[in-house]
Design a protein around this ligand. Structure first.
Ligand SMILES: [Fe+2]
Ligand SMILES: [Fe+2]
Length: 331
């Protein structure tokens, strides 16, 4: 018994020394800008951080289909309908690549989806706001996809290979989304006074929630340090938010719209400095009390339940194929 205990202790000590050596080699690879691949050794905390981030990203893509899907049947022309339909389908594709990337880390899609449906996993707070008019579809493409691009371009260089590669394709599609949104805005702003007012109203409602998409201010962010060291994150929340504001203000000026921030100023270096963000609203939305949190989860749960027969049929087909292949091999 004592011998066993001693053996266990020395095994544990060996493991600790081994882990330390692995950790040093792992960090050296990251520092050298090498990509970490699914079968490589990685610290448990790195794996956990990535599963959390990639699955939240996947959930956001899927839940993000709902506010825009709401307008597919009401798009004002065939051309707009085709573009919106394609965009919403792209978002579904993004969700699927991302679930597949999370699966390479050993998480199962079922457990990730169940956590989202149970309200335990987060998705981007922005998708808990309603789309009240057609102009909201323009603003979502212009600003929500625009903010997503700001966030995701640096992720194309993320240290985890499957996530970085998924982001390259996702970013190409996001830039199409941003352009089609901006074009909707441009058309409305060059249209009647009522159309321009609709565009301004949509901007007024979405501006602040979009700034919140970049996450809490740097001093309050919990995940920044380790993610930066591991090169999952390349810029801080506040840096990305500032880049977004600097890129967006001239676009709003070109549209002839005003940013709903009377405190906004331009500093000597040309940066547009936004006013104070109401973080209590952000916390409320994250806590499940945004305008549409309950509707979004209810819609996802219904879609999941309605799709149960498809999952069952696919599993039965896979089983039948496996059985047939085994029978053929035995002949
Ligand atoms: Fe997307
Ligand atoms: Fe998008």
């Amino acid at each position: 018994m004592y011998t066993q205990a001693l053996n266990n202790n020395s095994d544990a000590a060996d493991r600790t020394i081994e882990d330390a050596a692995h950790t040093t080699a792992f960090q050296a690879r990251i520092d050298a800008e090498a990509r970490i691949e699914p079968n490589d050794w990685m610290p448990a905390a790195y794996r956990k951080t990535l599963v959390r981030q990639i699955s939240q990203h996947a959930h956001s893509e899927i839940v993000g289909m709902l506010p825009e899907g709401n307008w597919i049947t009401r798009a004002p022309s065939l051309r707009r309908k085709v573009a919106l339909l394609a965009k919403v389908q792209d978002e579904c594709g993004h969700g699927l690549y991302l679930y597949a990337a999370a699966e390479t880390l050993g998480a199962s899609r079922e457990e990730l989806v169940d956590a989202m449906l149970a309200g335990k996993a987060k998705y981007s707070s922005i998708f808990n706001y309603p789309t009240l008019t057609w102009a909201d579809i323009g603003v979502i493409g212009w600003l929500v996809d625009g903010a997503a691009i700001m966030n995701q371009i640096p992720l194309c260089r993320c240290s985890y290979g499957p996530y970085a590669r998924a982001m390259i394709r996702v970013c190409k599609e996001e830039s199409f989304h941003q352009r089609q949104g901006y074009e909707i805005m441009l058309t409305l702003c060059r249209g009647s006074a009522a159309q321009k007012a609709m565009a301004q109203d949509a901007l007024n409602r979405w501006w602040w929630p979009v700034l919140m998409m970049f996450g809490p201010p740097d001093q309050a962010s919990q995940h920044g340090d380790a993610s930066t060291k591991w090169k999952i994150k390349r810029f801080s929340n506040d840096e990305l938010r500032q880049k977004f504001v600097d890129a967006t203000v001239p676009q709003a000026q070109y549209l002839g719209l005003s940013i709903p921030d009377p405190g906004m100023t331009q500093d000597e270096e040309g940066h547009w400095r936004h006013g104070a963000i109401d973080w209590s609203e952000f916390k409320q939305v994250l806590a499940g009390n945004g305008p549409c949190n309950r509707d979004r989860l209810a819609a996802r749960r219904k879609a999941h339940d309605d799709g149960a027969w498809v999952r069952e049929a696919a599993a039965a087909y896979a089983e039948k194929r496996k059985f047939r292949q085994a029978a053929q091999a035995a002949e």
